[in-house]
Design a protein around this ligand. Structure first.
Ligand SMILES: [Mg+2]
Length: 371
């Protein structure tokens, strides 16, 4: 089989105002992403999504589209879409970084392979290892403490048993926010915090010690990107498990995290990690060293969310039962641009068992949102 065309379409869909995410890094009110279609000489096409946020990975929907049109598509034409190792090598040689852009093409090629073999992607990965209905936590913005408490109670009413609270803003506000949520939801609900690199080691340790009575079940990315020693220090000095997210884009980062014994859990997802195959490599390496993985998110639409779901279902070490991840992106958005949106209900996302990613883009509807 050969790739005959790769097309990229920039589009923007608003986030529902009541669901906007505010963290130490970003106020996410609209999602300007890119959808990708890879066509082949076998008549099969695959779809991918570049979930681009500039203050997260440095990519935008425009950079994704121009890198694909000007560099990656010409380099990949005539290549076999089933040869993932070779496709990745060509993309990595042609363009540095740009994980989300490359992942869009890569997941489209998994979609093609699944359609060619008439199997869902999670089967191609060796699964199913768990239910197709994936539990998720609620990821809550860094609201003021009173608002956070009200919203957390509301989310628990929706069925969430794990609430992730964004911290890493002002330490005193962070502590007050988490404490207010714990008091409001009671002792049974799991509370995680995510600082998105917004603290340093000292601040993280101080905040986590101050929150010891709040019984945190996970502390996500408390320290800055690239500082493995700082994360390892936090892990040694606090009780809750530590998750690495914003500092793990590739296998080398994962190796360094493991070498420094810096974390208990790694947040993995195809967009951030440059594709499904590279994500699976990280999940496998982590498993060999007793480090758990869970699913992270950049507030995807349905296509990239499906890719995430297949990774979770296909790989044993994606331990979402113990560490519920983020896989509800489409639900945050004001509209969906696929024919059969993923079922997202009561704090869980269900992935279809259709061949490939199991998602069909509504290209007509997408036109409304094209930029
Ligand atoms: Mg995170």
């Amino acid at each position: 089989m050969k790739i005959t065309a790769i097309e990229a379409f920039a589009a923007a869909i608003p986030v529902r105002p009541e669901m906007a995410i505010k963290s130490s890094r970003v106020h996410h009110r609209i999602s300007p992403f890119a959808l990708v279609r890879v066509d082949t000489d076998a008549g099969l096409s695959g779809v991918g999504e570049a979930t681009t946020m500039p203050n997260w990975s440095g990519e935008t929907s425009s950079t994704a589209c121009s890198i694909i049109r000007e560099i990656l598509a010409p380099a990949l034409l005539e290549q076999d879409p089933l040869d993932g190792v070779r496709l990745d090598a060509i993309m990595d040689k042609a363009v540095n970084h740009n994980w989300f852009t490359k992942a869009a093409i890569e997941m489209a090629c998994w979609d093609i392979r699944g359609k060619a073999e008439n199997r869902p992607v999670y089967e191609l990965l060796g699964g199913p290892c768990r239910s197709r209905t994936i539990p998720a936590r609620f990821s809550m913005a860094a609201y003021d403490p009173a608002t956070a408490a009200v919203k957390a109670v509301e989310r628990v009413g929706w069925g969430f048993t794990t609430i992730k609270i964004k911290v890493g803003t002002d330490p005193e506000q962070d502590i007050a926010r988490v404490r207010a949520v714990r008091e409001a939801v009671g002792p049974e609900i799991a509370i995680m915090v995510d600082a998105n690199c917004g603290w340093d080691a000292q601040t993280a340790i101080r905040c986590c010690h101050a929150l010891e009575d709040c019984n945190l079940s996970l502390v996500e990315q408390p320290t800055p990107d690239g500082d493995y020693a700082a994360l390892a220090r936090v892990r040694r000095e606090i009780t809750p498990p530590v998750m690495a997210d914003d500092m793990c884009f590739d296998l080398i980062h994962a190796r360094e995290l493991i070498r420094h014994q810096a974390c208990d859990v790694i947040s993995v997802y195809p967009g951030k990690n440059g594709g499904i195959r590279k994500s699976a490599e990280i999940v496998q390496l982590a498993a060999e060293h007793g480090v758990a993985c869970s699913i992270g998110s950049n507030l995807e639409w349905d296509v990239a969310t499906a890719a995430m779901g297949h990774l979770v279902i296909g790989l044993e070490n994606m331990q979402v039962e113990k560490f519920p991840g983020d896989i509800l992106g489409p639900w945050y958005h004001a509209d969906r641009i696929v024919k059969q949106p993923l079922l997202i209900d009561r704090a869980a996302c269900t992935i279809p068992n259709a061949p490939g990613l199991g998602i069909e883009v509504d290209w007509e509807k997408l036109k409304r949102y094209q930029t």
